[in-house]
Design a protein. Structure first.
Length: 396
C-alpha cells in the first residue's frame, strides 16, 4: 500500500511538472507571437509597446527634471505620478491626473494635520489612514482614491512634516502630472480607431461561422444545442467588445491635437458609422433568437417540435447562404468597401429556398400547431437575418 501511495504521489508530481512546463511554453509562445505582431505592423501589440515606452520615458523625464535639474534629493513623487498618468487616452490622462492630484493633496494634508495633532507617527497613521481609505471609495476619485492613503504613508514615513514639506510634495505631484499628460498628448497620442473596424468586421464573420455550424448540424441531424448556445454567447460578447471599442475611439479623439494625428499610425479611412454597430447588433440578436428557437424545439420536455428532415435540409441550405452573405459583409466592413447587393445567382437560390420552405409550412399546418409554429418562426428569423446581412436586401 505504501508503495502504491508513493507511486501515486510521484505520478501527481510528474503531472504537475508537465502542466507547469506546458503553461510556461504557452506563455512563452504568446509572448513570442505578441512580439512578432508588434514588429510586423500596427496593431494592439505595437500600441501596448508604445504606451509602455511612453510611460517609462515620462517617469525618466520627471526624474531628470525633479532630481537632476531641480536638485531634489527625494524626487520620488514626480516620476511616480508621471508614470501612472500615461493612460490609454489623452482625455483619460487629464481626468485621472485631476483625480490623482486631488487624492495626493488630500493624503498629504490629512497626514500632516494628524501628525500635528498627535505628534506621533503611529498615532497619525491610526488617525488618518482609516479616514483616507474610506475616502478612497468615493466615486469621484474613481480608481485613484487609494493614492490618498499611500501618499499619507509616504508623508509620515519620511519623518518631515511641515508646511514646506507639504508644499514640496504637492508641487512634485503637480510636476509629474504635467509631464505625464504632456508626454501622452504630444508624443504619439493614443488613438483607438483600429479596434472598432476589426470588431465590427468580426461580428458578421463570426455570425456566419455560427450559421454554418448550425446548418451542418441540421443537415446531419445532430442537434448540439449546447455548442450553439455557447457560440451565441461568444457572439454577444463580441458585440459588447465592439461597443466598448466605439466608446474608446470617441474618447481617444477628444483633446487630441489634429496635426499630431497625422503622425500617428492609425487607419486613414474614416470609421464605419455608428449605424453599422446597430445593424450588427440586430444581426447578433437574430442569430441568438434563432438558436434559442432551435434549442426549444430540440427539448423533449417542451411542446414545440422540430420540422421534418426535408424542411430542415432546405433550411440548412438557406442558413448557409445567409452565412456566406455574413462573411462577405465582414470582409466589406474590414476593407472599407461600399454596401452591395447579393449577386443574382445567390438571390435566386434564396428565393427558391424561401418558396420551398413556405410550401413546407403549408404542409406542416396540417400536421399540428407545434411544428408549424417552429418552422414559421425559423423562416421569419431567416428573413430578418438576410435583411441585416445584405443591407440592400430590405424590401426585396
Amino acid at each position: 500500500m505504501e508503495g502504491v501511495r508513493r507511486q501515486a504521489g510521484a505520478a501527481g508530481r510528474a503531472g504537475w511538472a508537465v502542466r507547469a512546463v506546458d503553461g510556461v511554453r504557452r506563455d512563452a509562445g504568446a509572448v513570442g507571437r505578441a512580439a512578432r505582431a508588434a514588429v510586423r505592423g500596427p496593431g494592439r501589440e505595437r500600441d501596448l509597446v508604445v504606451q509602455s515606452l511612453k510611460a517609462a520615458a515620462a517617469a525618466l523625464l520627471a526624474w531628470l527634471v525633479a532630481g537632476v535639474w531641480l536638485g531634489d534629493p527625494l524626487a520620488l513623487m514626480a516620476p511616480w505620478v508621471a508614470l501612472v498618468l500615461v493612460q490609454s487616452t489623452v482625455y483619460s490622462s487629464l481626468v485621472q491626473g485631476a483625480r490623482q492630484f486631488t487624492a495626493i493633496c488630500a493624503g498629504t494634508l490629512l497626514a500632516s494635520a494628524a501628525q500635528a495633532l498627535t505628534d506621533d507617527t503611529t498615532g497619525a497613521l491610526a488617525l488618518s489612514i482609516p479616514v483616507l481609505m474610506l475616502l478612497a471609495n468615493w466615486p469621484r476619485f474613481g480608481d485613484q482614491g487609494v493614492y490618498a492613503a499611500t501618499t499619507a504613508l509616504f508623508t509620515l514615513a519620511s519623518g518631515t512634516v511641515s508646511a514646506s514639506a507639504v508644499g514640496h510634495r504637492v508641487g512634485q505631484a503637480a510636476l509629474g502630472a504635467v509631464i505625464g499628460v504632456a508626454v501622452n498628448a504630444l508624443v504619439l497620442p493614443p488613438i483607438h480607431l483600429r479596434d472598432v473596424r476589426e470588431n465590427l468586421a468580426a461580428l458578421p464573420r463570426q455570425a456566419g461561422d455560427v450559421l454554418h455550424a448550425v446548418a451542418a448540424d441540421l443537415r446531419e441531424n445532430t442537434w448540439d444545442t449546447r455548442a450553439w448556445l455557447s457560440a451565441s454567447s461568444r457572439l454577444e460578447r463580441r458585440l459588447e467588445t465592439l461597443r466598448a471599442a466605439r466608446r474608446w475611439s470617441r474618447e481617444s479623439l477628444r483633446l487630441t491635437w489634429g496635426p499630431l494625428r497625422a503622425l500617428h499610425r492609425v487607419p486613414r479611412e474614416a470609421l464605419p458609422p455608428a449605424d453599422e454597430d446597430e445593424r450588427c447588433g440586430r444581426l447578433t440578436g437574430h442569430v441568438t433568437a434563432l438558436i434559442r428557437t432551435l434549442a426549444v424545439a430540440a427539448d423533449d420536455n417542451r411542446t414545440p417540435a422540430p420540422p421534418d428532415s426535408r424542411a430542415l435540409t432546405a433550411y440548412a441550405r438557406l442558413l448557409e447562404l445567409i452565412g456566406d452573405a455574413c462573411h462577405a459583409e465582414g470582409d466589406r466592413l474590414l476593407n472599407g468597401g461600399t454596401p452591395c447587393s447579393a449577386d443574382g445567382r445567390t438571390e435566386r437560390q434564396r428565393r427558391e429556398l424561401h418558396g420551398r420552405l413556405q410550401e413546407e409550412l403549408r404542409e406542416h399546418a396540417g400536421q399540428g400547431a407545434s411544428r408549424t409554429a417552429v418552422l414559421g418562426t425559423l423562416l421569419l428569423q431567416a428573413e430578418n437575418l438576410w435583411a441585416e446581412a445584405v443591407p440592400d436586401a430590405r424590401g426585396q
